[in-house]
Design a protein around this ligand. Structure first.
Ligand code: SF4
Ligand code: SF4
Length: 422
């Protein structure tokens, strides 16, 4: 009974902290703008099964992709075991899902095998991060804190797997002949340890406390993608990557002009902002993307602007958005009009970075979570052009020509057919 009470109190504290984080996140999302409606649910489910559950984009890198995919699939299976542990903790039972029979054998066996596979995978990830100096893990947007966060989260997962394996080994060692479930790897090791109820309880508590801590640490870490990657793929762009959404109010104006009703009273108010200047101008999907971004650098690795030495790193766009939301958004929750005199564009993301983008979409194509960078970059450029009148010289002359000549060329419309007289 004491164990149940201690467990229930620990669970309540965990849920309380999580509820606080959730409330804060909801308040931050409330600051953002609506995005294009989602729709196409069937297509979205198919995409999620393929890209998120099937890990198709990750598997394009066969070796490291397979290790990552195994870690992901392992997490899915192990989560069922974690739910069982919560039930065990509250009811005082042991292996309470054992009544599921054959299905339980499957879950316990795959969970046991995956504990070791995930553990080995995490050791490989840690070695890569700490000793192999892979280029995409570096960049000006990744501070020492970002790197420590990545290594700390990996270490937590490793401890989670060690405690799970330890728990299984001592469970098998202490329950010969009346085992619930199957433990293919732990059974082999269990023969070499002395049965110990204390060690089983130690690993049980270690595992569940690590799960509780991990669940509350993730929303503040780059590893938030453990929770968000599946929904992020679900809400991702289904349209061709090269399509850029228009600004609705501008589209309406253009349509009116083309129809010859330019001066018709539409009743539409001019938007408070053209494009994106700061966090309150981004859509909820942009912000969701920034929370999901794993900072893996696959986008930056393939960006032609970055490769050719320009200031742009597509990963930085989302790292900066998340940081700026923490900097300004948290203050805006308390005071909606809060203004620190800075903005996402210009103070965090520079003119040079934004105009270095070729809109080739290699970043969006490569991102394993289907994050679309060019859409956000274009919205920031729209702010620079429409509100600050800042565009590269070549584009400015094109704008002037369109305004004066109705076409991007330097000729007046009357002279357009002069070439036929040559
Ligand atoms: S779309 Fe822009 S940011 Fe993305 S890869 Fe191409 S140049 Fe880089
Ligand atoms: S945007 Fe995508 S590819 Fe780029 S760092 Fe984030 S998760 Fe990786």
């Amino acid at each position: 009974m004491t164990k149940q009470i201690v467990f229930a109190v620990t669970l309540l504290i965990t849920l309380g902290v999580f509820a606080f984080t959730l409330k804060r996140l909801i308040a931050l999302f409330r600051l953002t703008k609506p995005a294009e409606p989602l729709g196409h649910w069937g297509e979205r489910i198919k995409l999620t099964l393929k890209v998120a559950f099937g890990q198709t984009k990750i598997l394009r890198k066969p070796v490291i992709g397979l290790i990552h995919a195994l870690v992901f699939w392992g997490f899915l299976v192990i989560t069922v075991g974690s739910i069982e542990m919560v039930n065990d903790g509250l009811t005082g039972k042991e292996r309470s899902l054992a009544d599921l029979g054959g299905f339980y054998d499957f879950i316990s066996a795959s969970g046991d095998v995956f504990a070791y596979i995930v553990g080995i995978g995490i050791v490989i990830f840690l070695i890569r991060r700490l000793f192999l100096h892979i280029k995409r893990f570096y960049g000006k947007e990744l501070t020492k804190k970002n790197k420590m966060d990545a290594n700390f989260a990996l270490l937590l997962i490793l401890l989670l797997m060690i405690s799970l394996a330890g728990m299984n080994i001592y469970y098998v060692a202490g329950n010969h002949g009346e085992l619930a479930g199957i433990y293919p790897v732990s059974s082999h090791i269990a023969g070499n340890v002395t049965p110990s109820h204390f060690m089983h309880e130690f690993f049980w508590w270690m595992h569940i406390l690590l799960i509780f801590f991990f669940a509350n640490y993730l929303p503040y870490s780059k590893h938030f993608h453990v929770f968000l990657s599946i929904p992020n793929v679900f809400i991702s762009n289904l349209k061709p990557l090269t399509r850029l959404p228009n600004i609705e109010s501008v589209t309406k104006e253009v349509k009116l002009m083309l129809s010859g009703n330019a001066f018709q009273e539409t009743g539409n108010e001019a938007p408070a902002r053209f494009g994106v200047k700061d966090v309150e101008d981004v859509t909820w999907i942009n912000y969701f993307n920034s929370l999901t971004c794993t900072q893996c650098g696959r986008c930056t690795e393939v960006c032609p602007a970055n490769i050719t030495g320009k200031a742009l790193s597509p990963r930085k766009i989302f790292v900066d958005l998340r940081n700026r939301m923490n900097e300004k958004g948290l203050k805006m929750i308390k005071d909606k009009k809060y203004d620190d005199g800075k903005s996402l564009v210009n103070d965090h993301i520079s003119y040079e970075e934004l105009w270095a983008c070729t809109t080739c979409n290699a970043c969006a194509q490569e991102c394993p979570l289907n994050i679309s960078h060019p859409n956000l970059i274009m919205d920031m450029r729209r702010f620079l052009v429409l509100e600050e009148g800042r565009a590269p010289t070549g584009i400015n002359s094109m704008f002037a020509n369109i305004e004066n000549n109705g076409a991007p060329w330097q000729y007046s419309p009357e002279d357009r057919l002069l070439w036929t007289e040559l």
